[in-house]
Ligand binder design. Sequence first.
Ligand code: PGA
Length: 251
Amino acid sequence: MRQNIVAGNWKMNKTLREGVELAKELQNALQAEKPNCRVIIGTPFIHLSEVCKIVDPELIGVSAQNCAHHESGAYTGEVSAEMVKSTGAGYVILGHSERRAYYHEDNAMLKTKTDLALKNGLTPIFCIGEVLEEREANKHFEIVKSQIEESLFHLSADDFKKIVIAYEPVWAIGTGKTATPEQAQEMHAFIRKTLAGKYGQEVANEISILYGGSCKPSNARELFANPDVDGGLIGGASLKADDFRGIIAAF
Ligand code: PGA
C-alpha cells in the first residue's frame, strides 16, 4: 500500500552551515522518535551532498527542489537530474507553483523534467494546484487534471508508480490560509479518480498524494486524517525542527 510521507521544502532558505545544523537536529530527534511515516527534506542544491552524509537514508530521504530540463551541456547555472542523483539525493520536487509562476515552467517542460528525473533514478515529488482565480471560477478540477495529463500521462504504469503527487492550492502556500480538510479530501479524491481512469484503481491506490499549503503542527492531524491525504509537503514549518517534528507526529 502507499506510503504516508511528510516532505519538507526549505525553498531558498538557510546557509550551508544552517542547513547542516537543521539536518543534524532532525536526524538525532527522529532517530529517537521513530516516525510512522516516510520523512523527506528538500534542500537547496548546495546542501544536498553534505546533508546526505549526515542523515540515515532509511530515516530521512533527501530531495532537490528542481532539476534542469536538459541532460547536460552549456546551460550556465543549471543542475541536471544526473548531478542531483550523484549527491546521494533520492528525490526531486518538480513543478512547484513558485517555479511555474516565477520561472515559467509549463506542463511540457515539466514532462521533460519528469522523464529525466526517472531516467536518473530520482523519485519526482510532482506539484500541482490551482491559483485563487481558477478556484473562484470553479476551474480547479480542470486545471489540476490538465497538469497531470500534460506532464505525466505519457508514463507507463510502472513509471507512474514511482511518482509522488503533491496537491498545493497556490492560494494556500505561505499565506496561512490552509485548505479545509474537506477541500483537500475533495481534490485528492478527484486526483486519485483521475489516475484510476488512466492507470486503473490498483495503481491509483499505490500513489501517495500529499497536501501542501500552510500545513503546520496544529492542522496536520485533521488534514492527514482524510482517506486520500497521504501526508504533506511543508514549506515554512519545515525550517524549524520542532515544527517539522510536530507535523511528522501527526501520523
Ligand atoms: P508553506 O509552503 O507550507 O509555507 O505554505 C508549502 C510549499 O510551498 O511547498
